[in-house]
Design a protein around this ligand. Structure first.
Ligand code: NAD
Ligand code: MN
Length: 488
Protein backbone atom coordinates (compact mmCIF):
# COMPACT_ATOMS: atom_id res chain seq x y z
CA UNK A 1 0.00 0.00 0.00
CA UNK A 2 1.27 3.46 -0.87
CA UNK A 3 1.84 5.75 2.09
CA UNK A 4 1.07 8.89 0.11
CA UNK A 5 -0.06 9.93 -3.36
CA UNK A 6 2.38 10.05 -6.27
CA UNK A 7 1.80 13.77 -6.54
CA UNK A 8 1.24 15.41 -3.17
CA UNK A 9 -1.68 17.85 -3.36
CA UNK A 10 -2.66 20.91 -1.33
CA UNK A 11 -5.57 20.89 1.09
CA UNK A 12 -7.72 23.94 0.45
CA UNK A 13 -11.23 24.45 1.82
CA UNK A 14 -11.31 20.83 2.95
CA UNK A 15 -10.41 19.22 -0.36
CA UNK A 16 -7.26 17.97 -2.01
CA UNK A 17 -6.34 20.14 -4.98
CA UNK A 18 -3.36 20.54 -7.26
CA UNK A 19 -1.74 23.86 -7.99
CA UNK A 20 -3.12 25.92 -10.83
CA UNK A 21 0.46 25.95 -12.16
CA UNK A 22 0.20 22.29 -13.16
CA UNK A 23 3.86 21.98 -12.16
CA UNK A 24 5.55 19.72 -9.66
CA UNK A 25 8.82 19.49 -7.76
CA UNK A 26 10.65 16.22 -7.15
CA UNK A 27 11.06 15.06 -3.57
CA UNK A 28 14.08 12.78 -3.07
CA UNK A 29 14.79 10.23 -0.38
CA UNK A 30 17.68 11.47 1.78
CA UNK A 31 18.72 7.85 2.22
CA UNK A 32 18.83 6.75 -1.40
CA UNK A 33 18.62 9.92 -3.46
CA UNK A 34 15.70 8.42 -5.41
CA UNK A 35 12.63 10.48 -6.29
CA UNK A 36 9.91 9.26 -3.92
CA UNK A 37 7.13 11.68 -4.81
CA UNK A 38 6.33 14.85 -6.65
CA UNK A 39 4.98 17.91 -4.90
CA UNK A 40 2.35 20.14 -6.41
CA UNK A 41 4.16 23.42 -7.00
CA UNK A 42 1.93 26.10 -5.54
CA UNK A 43 2.03 29.72 -6.62
CA UNK A 44 0.57 32.84 -5.08
CA UNK A 45 -2.76 32.01 -6.75
CA UNK A 46 -3.05 28.81 -4.71
CA UNK A 47 -1.89 30.54 -1.55
CA UNK A 48 -4.47 33.29 -1.96
CA UNK A 49 -7.16 30.62 -2.41
CA UNK A 50 -6.02 29.01 0.83
CA UNK A 51 -6.07 32.34 2.66
CA UNK A 52 -9.53 33.04 1.29
CA UNK A 53 -10.78 29.67 2.55
CA UNK A 54 -9.20 30.29 5.94
CA UNK A 55 -10.76 33.71 6.21
CA UNK A 56 -14.18 32.44 5.18
CA UNK A 57 -14.19 29.70 7.83
CA UNK A 58 -12.66 31.63 10.69
CA UNK A 59 -15.69 33.40 12.15
CA UNK A 60 -17.60 30.15 12.50
CA UNK A 61 -14.61 28.37 14.01
CA UNK A 62 -14.18 31.19 16.52
CA UNK A 63 -17.83 30.66 17.53
CA UNK A 64 -17.12 27.09 18.61
CA UNK A 65 -16.54 27.27 22.38
CA UNK A 66 -12.88 26.66 23.22
CA UNK A 67 -13.85 23.63 25.32
CA UNK A 68 -15.41 22.01 22.24
CA UNK A 69 -12.44 22.97 20.08
CA UNK A 70 -10.41 21.10 22.67
CA UNK A 71 -12.60 18.00 22.34
CA UNK A 72 -12.03 18.07 18.59
CA UNK A 73 -8.28 18.35 19.17
CA UNK A 74 -8.55 15.22 21.31
CA UNK A 75 -10.35 13.46 18.44
CA UNK A 76 -7.50 14.47 16.15
CA UNK A 77 -4.98 13.12 18.68
CA UNK A 78 -6.92 9.84 18.93
CA UNK A 79 -6.66 9.44 15.18
CA UNK A 80 -3.01 10.32 15.21
CA UNK A 81 -2.52 7.58 17.80
CA UNK A 82 -4.42 5.07 15.66
CA UNK A 83 -2.29 6.05 12.67
CA UNK A 84 0.95 6.65 14.55
CA UNK A 85 2.75 3.86 12.66
CA UNK A 86 1.70 5.26 9.28
CA UNK A 87 2.69 8.81 10.19
CA UNK A 88 6.03 7.55 11.49
CA UNK A 89 6.66 5.62 8.26
CA UNK A 90 6.05 8.79 6.25
CA UNK A 91 8.30 10.88 8.50
CA UNK A 92 11.04 8.24 8.24
CA UNK A 93 10.76 7.95 4.48
CA UNK A 94 10.85 11.68 3.86
CA UNK A 95 13.62 12.54 6.34
CA UNK A 96 15.77 9.40 6.32
CA UNK A 97 15.62 9.08 10.10
CA UNK A 98 14.81 5.71 11.67
CA UNK A 99 11.26 4.51 12.13
CA UNK A 100 11.75 4.38 15.88
CA UNK A 101 12.86 8.01 16.02
CA UNK A 102 10.03 9.03 13.73
CA UNK A 103 7.58 7.15 15.95
CA UNK A 104 8.86 8.99 19.01
CA UNK A 105 8.60 12.31 17.22
CA UNK A 106 5.01 11.53 16.27
CA UNK A 107 4.34 10.73 19.93
CA UNK A 108 5.71 14.17 20.82
CA UNK A 109 3.34 15.77 18.34
CA UNK A 110 0.41 13.92 19.92
CA UNK A 111 1.46 14.97 23.45
CA UNK A 112 1.53 18.53 22.30
CA UNK A 113 -1.95 18.17 20.82
CA UNK A 114 -3.24 16.76 24.13
CA UNK A 115 -1.75 19.67 26.03
CA UNK A 116 -3.47 22.27 23.84
CA UNK A 117 -6.71 20.27 23.78
CA UNK A 118 -6.76 20.67 27.57
CA UNK A 119 -6.06 24.38 27.27
CA UNK A 120 -9.50 24.69 25.69
CA UNK A 121 -10.84 24.15 29.21
CA UNK A 122 -8.64 26.89 30.61
CA UNK A 123 -7.77 29.67 28.14
CA UNK A 124 -7.69 32.00 31.12
CA UNK A 125 -8.12 35.70 31.08
CA UNK A 126 -7.72 37.83 34.19
CA UNK A 127 -10.31 39.39 36.46
CA UNK A 128 -9.07 42.31 38.47
CA UNK A 129 -10.07 45.50 40.21
CA UNK A 130 -10.84 48.86 38.69
CA UNK A 131 -9.79 52.31 39.87
CA UNK A 132 -13.40 53.47 39.70
CA UNK A 133 -16.44 52.77 41.83
CA UNK A 134 -19.01 50.48 40.16
CA UNK A 135 -16.60 49.52 37.40
CA UNK A 136 -15.24 45.99 36.89
CA UNK A 137 -12.21 44.99 34.81
CA UNK A 138 -11.26 41.73 33.11
CA UNK A 139 -9.41 40.36 30.12
CA UNK A 140 -10.47 37.66 27.66
CA UNK A 141 -8.54 35.88 24.93
CA UNK A 142 -9.80 36.14 21.38
CA UNK A 143 -8.46 34.70 18.12
CA UNK A 144 -6.06 36.75 16.00
CA UNK A 145 -7.84 35.61 12.80
CA UNK A 146 -5.91 33.80 10.08
CA UNK A 147 -2.61 32.23 11.17
CA UNK A 148 0.06 31.70 8.51
CA UNK A 149 2.37 28.94 9.65
CA UNK A 150 5.69 28.12 7.99
CA UNK A 151 8.00 25.37 9.26
CA UNK A 152 11.27 23.54 8.61
CA UNK A 153 11.56 19.81 7.81
CA UNK A 154 13.97 18.61 10.50
CA UNK A 155 11.30 17.14 12.82
CA UNK A 156 8.38 17.67 10.47
CA UNK A 157 5.39 16.25 12.33
CA UNK A 158 6.48 17.92 15.57
CA UNK A 159 7.12 21.24 13.84
CA UNK A 160 3.67 21.16 12.26
CA UNK A 161 1.91 20.19 15.50
CA UNK A 162 3.85 22.82 17.49
CA UNK A 163 2.09 25.52 15.50
CA UNK A 164 -1.21 24.14 14.26
CA UNK A 165 -2.57 22.95 17.63
CA UNK A 166 -2.07 26.20 19.58
CA UNK A 167 -3.33 28.22 16.61
CA UNK A 168 -6.52 26.14 16.41
CA UNK A 169 -7.32 26.05 20.13
CA UNK A 170 -7.19 29.85 20.18
CA UNK A 171 -9.83 29.98 17.42
CA UNK A 172 -7.67 30.91 14.47
CA UNK A 173 -7.95 29.35 11.06
CA UNK A 174 -4.73 28.22 9.47
CA UNK A 175 -2.73 28.32 6.27
CA UNK A 176 0.20 25.97 6.73
CA UNK A 177 3.14 26.05 4.34
CA UNK A 178 4.63 22.57 4.54
CA UNK A 179 8.40 22.19 4.11
CA UNK A 180 9.28 21.05 0.59
CA UNK A 181 11.49 18.38 2.17
CA UNK A 182 8.56 16.78 4.06
CA UNK A 183 5.47 17.27 1.87
CA UNK A 184 3.57 14.07 2.71
CA UNK A 185 3.85 14.73 6.43
CA UNK A 186 1.83 17.92 5.98
CA UNK A 187 -0.53 16.15 3.63
CA UNK A 188 -1.30 13.26 6.03
CA UNK A 189 -1.67 15.62 8.98
CA UNK A 190 -4.32 17.63 7.12
CA UNK A 191 -6.03 14.39 6.10
CA UNK A 192 -6.31 13.31 9.72
CA UNK A 193 -7.63 16.71 10.81
CA UNK A 194 -10.40 16.48 8.23
CA UNK A 195 -11.22 12.85 9.03
CA UNK A 196 -11.58 13.85 12.67
CA UNK A 197 -14.16 16.45 11.70
CA UNK A 198 -12.33 19.76 11.56
CA UNK A 199 -14.61 22.07 9.54
CA UNK A 200 -13.54 22.68 5.94
CA UNK A 201 -11.25 25.65 5.43
CA UNK A 202 -10.12 25.87 9.05
CA UNK A 203 -6.78 24.24 8.25
CA UNK A 204 -5.41 24.67 4.75
CA UNK A 205 -2.12 23.22 3.63
CA UNK A 206 -0.05 24.54 0.74
CA UNK A 207 2.86 22.69 -0.79
CA UNK A 208 5.77 24.12 -2.70
CA UNK A 209 8.87 26.26 -2.48
CA UNK A 210 9.43 28.89 0.17
CA UNK A 211 9.69 31.79 -2.19
CA UNK A 212 6.60 30.74 -4.18
CA UNK A 213 4.27 29.22 -1.59
CA UNK A 214 5.59 30.76 1.64
CA UNK A 215 6.30 34.37 0.78
CA UNK A 216 2.71 35.17 -0.33
CA UNK A 217 1.51 34.14 3.15
CA UNK A 218 3.86 36.66 4.73
CA UNK A 219 2.82 39.38 2.31
CA UNK A 220 -0.96 38.92 2.47
CA UNK A 221 -2.88 41.57 4.38
CA UNK A 222 -5.42 38.87 5.30
CA UNK A 223 -2.94 36.91 7.41
CA UNK A 224 -3.04 38.27 10.95
CA UNK A 225 -0.18 36.34 12.46
CA UNK A 226 2.81 34.67 10.85
CA UNK A 227 4.60 32.05 12.89
CA UNK A 228 7.82 30.70 11.41
CA UNK A 229 10.28 27.96 12.37
CA UNK A 230 13.36 27.94 10.19
CA UNK A 231 16.61 29.67 9.40
CA UNK A 232 17.64 33.06 10.68
CA UNK A 233 18.15 34.30 7.15
CA UNK A 234 14.56 33.62 6.08
CA UNK A 235 13.30 34.68 9.51
CA UNK A 236 14.86 38.09 9.05
CA UNK A 237 13.09 38.53 5.70
CA UNK A 238 9.79 37.44 7.23
CA UNK A 239 10.25 39.86 10.14
CA UNK A 240 10.92 42.75 7.78
CA UNK A 241 8.14 41.97 5.35
CA UNK A 242 5.51 41.05 7.91
CA UNK A 243 6.35 43.94 10.21
CA UNK A 244 6.04 46.43 7.37
CA UNK A 245 2.32 45.63 7.30
CA UNK A 246 2.21 45.44 11.13
CA UNK A 247 1.38 41.74 11.28
CA UNK A 248 2.20 39.80 14.41
CA UNK A 249 5.36 37.75 13.83
CA UNK A 250 6.67 34.84 15.92
CA UNK A 251 10.07 33.47 14.94
CA UNK A 252 11.76 30.26 16.11
CA UNK A 253 15.16 30.33 14.45
CA UNK A 254 18.59 28.76 14.67
CA UNK A 255 21.19 28.10 17.33
CA UNK A 256 24.90 27.55 17.83
CA UNK A 257 24.49 26.00 21.19
CA UNK A 258 27.24 25.62 23.81
CA UNK A 259 27.78 22.55 25.92
CA UNK A 260 30.39 23.12 28.66
CA UNK A 261 32.37 20.23 30.11
CA UNK A 262 34.01 21.25 33.40
CA UNK A 263 37.09 19.57 34.88
CA UNK A 264 34.93 17.98 37.61
CA UNK A 265 32.38 16.47 35.19
CA UNK A 266 31.59 12.78 34.86
CA UNK A 267 33.38 12.48 31.53
CA UNK A 268 31.68 9.32 30.29
CA UNK A 269 28.30 10.84 30.96
CA UNK A 270 29.40 14.04 29.23
CA UNK A 271 30.64 12.14 26.16
CA UNK A 272 27.32 10.34 25.89
CA UNK A 273 25.39 13.61 26.03
CA UNK A 274 27.69 15.40 23.61
CA UNK A 275 27.06 12.60 21.11
CA UNK A 276 23.30 12.85 21.55
CA UNK A 277 23.34 16.67 21.46
CA UNK A 278 25.55 16.98 18.40
CA UNK A 279 24.60 13.94 16.33
CA UNK A 280 21.04 12.84 17.04
CA UNK A 281 18.73 13.60 14.11
CA UNK A 282 22.02 13.96 12.18
CA UNK A 283 22.61 17.24 14.01
CA UNK A 284 19.60 18.82 12.33
CA UNK A 285 18.17 20.35 15.47
CA UNK A 286 17.93 24.04 16.27
CA UNK A 287 18.86 22.91 19.79
CA UNK A 288 21.90 20.86 18.70
CA UNK A 289 25.03 21.16 20.82
CA UNK A 290 27.59 22.33 18.29
CA UNK A 291 30.11 24.27 20.42
CA UNK A 292 31.64 21.88 22.94
CA UNK A 293 33.55 23.97 25.47
CA UNK A 294 36.02 21.92 27.48
CA UNK A 295 38.25 22.82 30.44
CA UNK A 296 41.98 22.72 29.70
CA UNK A 297 42.77 20.23 32.47
CA UNK A 298 40.69 17.44 30.94
CA UNK A 299 40.71 18.59 27.31
CA UNK A 300 43.06 16.00 25.86
CA UNK A 301 41.42 13.11 27.69
CA UNK A 302 37.92 14.25 26.82
CA UNK A 303 38.81 14.74 23.16
CA UNK A 304 40.19 11.24 22.93
CA UNK A 305 37.12 9.74 24.58
CA UNK A 306 34.78 11.71 22.31
CA UNK A 307 36.55 10.76 19.10
CA UNK A 308 36.45 7.12 20.15
CA UNK A 309 32.72 7.31 20.87
CA UNK A 310 32.06 9.03 17.55
CA UNK A 311 34.02 6.36 15.69
CA UNK A 312 31.47 3.86 17.02
CA UNK A 313 28.35 5.69 15.85
CA UNK A 314 26.35 3.73 13.32
CA UNK A 315 24.90 5.48 10.30
CA UNK A 316 21.83 4.45 8.40
CA UNK A 317 18.05 4.52 8.32
CA UNK A 318 17.48 1.54 10.68
CA UNK A 319 16.31 1.59 14.29
CA UNK A 320 19.68 0.38 15.54
CA UNK A 321 21.52 3.22 13.77
CA UNK A 322 22.54 6.33 15.69
CA UNK A 323 22.00 8.82 12.90
CA UNK A 324 20.77 8.99 9.35
CA UNK A 325 21.44 11.24 6.38
CA UNK A 326 20.89 14.99 6.24
CA UNK A 327 17.79 16.22 4.51
CA UNK A 328 19.07 17.24 1.07
CA UNK A 329 22.05 17.62 -1.21
CA UNK A 330 22.27 21.39 -0.73
CA UNK A 331 22.54 21.01 3.03
CA UNK A 332 25.28 18.39 2.65
CA UNK A 333 27.29 20.50 0.22
CA UNK A 334 27.10 23.62 2.36
CA UNK A 335 28.49 21.73 5.38
CA UNK A 336 31.32 20.22 3.37
CA UNK A 337 32.20 23.68 2.05
CA UNK A 338 32.21 25.17 5.57
CA UNK A 339 34.58 22.45 6.73
CA UNK A 340 36.95 23.00 3.80
CA UNK A 341 37.08 26.72 4.58
CA UNK A 342 37.75 26.04 8.27
CA UNK A 343 40.57 23.66 7.37
CA UNK A 344 42.26 26.37 5.32
CA UNK A 345 41.97 28.60 8.39
CA UNK A 346 43.82 26.06 10.54
CA UNK A 347 41.00 23.95 11.95
CA UNK A 348 41.83 20.36 12.73
CA UNK A 349 39.34 17.67 11.63
CA UNK A 350 39.68 14.90 14.22
CA UNK A 351 37.15 12.54 12.67
CA UNK A 352 34.63 12.71 9.84
CA UNK A 353 34.57 15.88 7.77
CA UNK A 354 33.48 14.05 4.64
CA UNK A 355 30.54 12.61 2.80
CA UNK A 356 30.19 8.86 3.17
CA UNK A 357 31.24 7.22 -0.08
CA UNK A 358 30.80 3.56 0.83
CA UNK A 359 28.37 1.79 -1.45
CA UNK A 360 25.35 1.65 0.87
CA UNK A 361 25.59 5.40 1.55
CA UNK A 362 26.97 6.85 -1.66
CA UNK A 363 23.66 7.79 -3.28
CA UNK A 364 22.22 9.26 -0.06
CA UNK A 365 23.10 12.49 1.73
CA UNK A 366 25.24 11.00 4.46
CA UNK A 367 27.63 13.26 6.33
CA UNK A 368 30.14 11.46 8.54
CA UNK A 369 29.77 12.53 12.17
CA UNK A 370 32.49 15.11 12.54
CA UNK A 371 34.61 16.50 15.38
CA UNK A 372 36.78 19.55 14.74
CA UNK A 373 39.12 21.49 17.00
CA UNK A 374 41.73 24.23 16.87
CA UNK A 375 39.14 26.68 15.57
CA UNK A 376 39.48 30.44 15.98
CA UNK A 377 36.65 31.81 18.11
CA UNK A 378 36.06 34.67 15.66
CA UNK A 379 35.86 32.50 12.54
CA UNK A 380 32.62 32.22 10.62
CA UNK A 381 32.36 28.51 11.51
CA UNK A 382 32.42 29.41 15.23
CA UNK A 383 29.49 31.79 14.82
CA UNK A 384 27.29 30.33 12.07
CA UNK A 385 24.89 27.43 12.44
CA UNK A 386 25.81 24.44 10.24
CA UNK A 387 22.73 22.30 10.98
CA UNK A 388 24.40 18.92 10.65
CA UNK A 389 26.39 16.29 12.58
CA UNK A 390 29.36 18.49 13.44
CA UNK A 391 30.79 19.07 16.92
CA UNK A 392 33.33 21.86 17.35
CA UNK A 393 35.66 21.64 20.34
CA UNK A 394 37.02 24.68 22.18
CA UNK A 395 39.62 24.70 24.95
CA UNK A 396 39.03 27.08 27.87
CA UNK A 397 41.17 27.77 30.93
CA UNK A 398 38.37 27.76 33.51
CA UNK A 399 34.79 28.58 34.40
CA UNK A 400 34.83 32.28 33.55
CA UNK A 401 36.36 31.68 30.14
CA UNK A 402 33.79 28.93 29.53
CA UNK A 403 30.84 31.16 30.39
CA UNK A 404 32.22 34.03 28.31
CA UNK A 405 32.72 31.79 25.32
CA UNK A 406 29.28 30.22 25.77
CA UNK A 407 27.80 33.72 25.62
CA UNK A 408 29.99 34.90 22.75
CA UNK A 409 27.49 34.02 20.03
CA UNK A 410 24.93 35.82 17.93
CA UNK A 411 22.51 33.03 18.94
CA UNK A 412 21.10 32.04 22.33
CA UNK A 413 18.74 29.10 22.06
CA UNK A 414 19.95 26.31 24.38
CA UNK A 415 22.97 25.68 26.62
CA UNK A 416 24.23 22.93 28.87
CA UNK A 417 26.89 22.45 31.53
CA UNK A 418 28.41 19.22 32.83
CA UNK A 419 29.70 19.57 36.38
CA UNK A 420 29.24 18.11 39.85
CA UNK A 421 29.77 21.52 41.40
CA UNK A 422 26.53 23.14 42.59
CA UNK A 423 27.93 26.67 42.39
CA UNK A 424 29.18 26.28 38.83
CA UNK A 425 25.87 24.76 37.74
CA UNK A 426 23.70 27.36 39.46
CA UNK A 427 25.73 30.30 38.27
CA UNK A 428 25.84 28.99 34.70
CA UNK A 429 22.09 28.46 34.32
CA UNK A 430 21.45 31.97 35.64
CA UNK A 431 24.06 33.77 33.55
CA UNK A 432 24.08 31.93 30.24
CA UNK A 433 22.23 33.82 27.49
CA UNK A 434 19.92 31.06 26.26
CA UNK A 435 16.22 30.28 26.28
CA UNK A 436 16.91 26.81 27.71
CA UNK A 437 19.69 25.98 30.22
CA UNK A 438 20.41 22.40 31.24
CA UNK A 439 22.61 20.76 33.87
CA UNK A 440 24.26 17.39 33.21
CA UNK A 441 22.33 16.29 30.13
CA UNK A 442 21.98 17.56 26.57
CA UNK A 443 21.12 20.73 24.68
CA UNK A 444 17.60 19.58 24.09
CA UNK A 445 14.45 21.39 23.08
CA UNK A 446 11.89 21.73 25.77
CA UNK A 447 8.80 19.69 26.58
CA UNK A 448 5.37 20.40 25.06
CA UNK A 449 4.07 22.20 28.15
CA UNK A 450 7.13 24.43 28.47
CA UNK A 451 8.03 27.63 26.61
CA UNK A 452 10.80 27.41 24.02
CA UNK A 453 12.63 30.18 22.23
CA UNK A 454 15.89 32.06 22.34
CA UNK A 455 17.90 35.22 22.74
CA UNK A 456 19.54 37.20 19.96
CA UNK A 457 19.37 35.75 16.46
CA UNK A 458 17.51 32.65 17.72
CA UNK A 459 14.17 34.42 17.47
CA UNK A 460 12.29 37.63 18.01
CA UNK A 461 11.42 37.16 21.67
CA UNK A 462 8.29 35.03 21.44
CA UNK A 463 7.95 31.66 23.16
CA UNK A 464 6.09 28.61 21.88
CA UNK A 465 4.67 26.13 22.95
CA UNK A 466 3.54 25.92 26.60
CA UNK A 467 0.79 28.25 27.75
CA UNK A 468 3.06 31.00 26.43
CA UNK A 469 2.00 29.97 22.91
CA UNK A 470 -1.52 31.11 23.78
CA UNK A 471 -0.12 34.64 23.95
CA UNK A 472 1.26 34.23 20.44
CA UNK A 473 -2.02 33.00 18.95
CA UNK A 474 -4.57 35.17 20.74
CA UNK A 475 -5.44 38.82 21.09
CA UNK A 476 -6.04 39.97 24.62
CA UNK A 477 -9.08 42.16 25.12
CA UNK A 478 -9.86 44.30 28.17
CA UNK A 479 -13.51 44.38 29.11
CA UNK A 480 -14.94 46.98 31.49
CA UNK A 481 -18.38 46.59 32.98
CA UNK A 482 -19.98 49.73 34.41
CA UNK A 483 -22.88 49.55 36.85
CA UNK A 484 -25.36 52.40 37.06
CA UNK A 485 -26.93 52.21 40.53
CA UNK A 486 -29.74 54.49 39.35
CA UNK A 487 -31.06 51.59 37.30
CA UNK A 488 -31.01 49.02 40.10
P1 NAD B 1 14.54 27.50 5.91
O1 NAD B 1 14.48 28.81 6.58
O2 NAD B 1 15.34 27.38 4.67
O3 NAD B 1 13.07 26.99 5.53
C1 NAD B 1 12.04 26.86 6.48
C2 NAD B 1 10.70 26.99 5.80
O4 NAD B 1 10.57 28.31 5.28
C3 NAD B 1 10.49 26.05 4.63
O5 NAD B 1 9.16 25.58 4.66
C4 NAD B 1 10.71 26.94 3.42
O6 NAD B 1 10.01 26.50 2.30
C5 NAD B 1 10.16 28.25 3.92
N1 NAD B 1 10.67 29.44 3.23
C6 NAD B 1 11.86 29.59 2.60
N2 NAD B 1 11.94 30.82 2.07
C7 NAD B 1 10.80 31.47 2.37
C8 NAD B 1 10.30 32.78 2.11
N3 NAD B 1 10.99 33.67 1.42
N4 NAD B 1 9.08 33.10 2.58
C9 NAD B 1 8.37 32.22 3.30
N5 NAD B 1 8.79 30.97 3.56
C10 NAD B 1 9.99 30.60 3.11
O7 NAD B 1 15.02 26.48 7.01
P2 NAD B 1 15.63 25.04 6.77
O8 NAD B 1 17.00 25.18 6.25
O9 NAD B 1 14.69 24.22 6.01
O10 NAD B 1 15.63 24.51 8.30
C11 NAD B 1 16.68 24.63 9.14
C12 NAD B 1 16.58 25.85 10.03
O11 NAD B 1 15.43 25.80 10.87
C13 NAD B 1 17.75 25.91 11.00
O12 NAD B 1 18.24 27.22 11.04
C14 NAD B 1 17.14 25.51 12.32
O13 NAD B 1 17.84 25.98 13.44
C15 NAD B 1 15.78 26.09 12.22
N6 NAD B 1 14.86 25.47 13.20
C16 NAD B 1 14.50 26.16 14.32
C17 NAD B 1 13.68 25.58 15.28
C18 NAD B 1 13.27 26.34 16.53
O14 NAD B 1 12.30 25.94 17.16
N7 NAD B 1 13.96 27.39 16.91
C19 NAD B 1 13.21 24.29 15.09
C20 NAD B 1 13.59 23.60 13.93
C21 NAD B 1 14.42 24.21 13.00
MN1 MN C 1 17.44 26.44 4.25
Amino acid sequence: MRLFPEVIPNWIAGVEVFSESGNTIDKCSPHSGEVISRITRSTSVDVLNAIKAAKASQTEWAEVPPVQRGYLLHQICNRMEEQQATIAKIVAKETGKSYQEAYGETGGAISLGRFFAGEGQRLYGRTTTSGQVDKYAMTVRQPCGVAGLIVAANTPIANVAWKVFPALICGNSVVLKVPEDAPAVGWVFAKILHEAGLPKGVCNVVQGLGIEAGAPIVESADVDIVSFTGSTEIGRWIAKTGSARLARISLELGGKNPLVVCDDADLEHAVKWVCLSAFSNAGQRCAAGSRIIVFDGIYDRFRQMLVKAVSRLRLGPADEDDLGPVINRRQLDSMLAAIETAKLQGANVLIGGRRLSEEEYASGYYMAPTVIDNIGRELEISRAELFGPIAQLYRVDGFEDALNLANDSPYGLTACIHTKNFDRASHFVQKVRAGVAVVNAGTYGSEPHMPFGGYGMSGNGSREPGTEALDVYSELKDIYLNVDRGRL
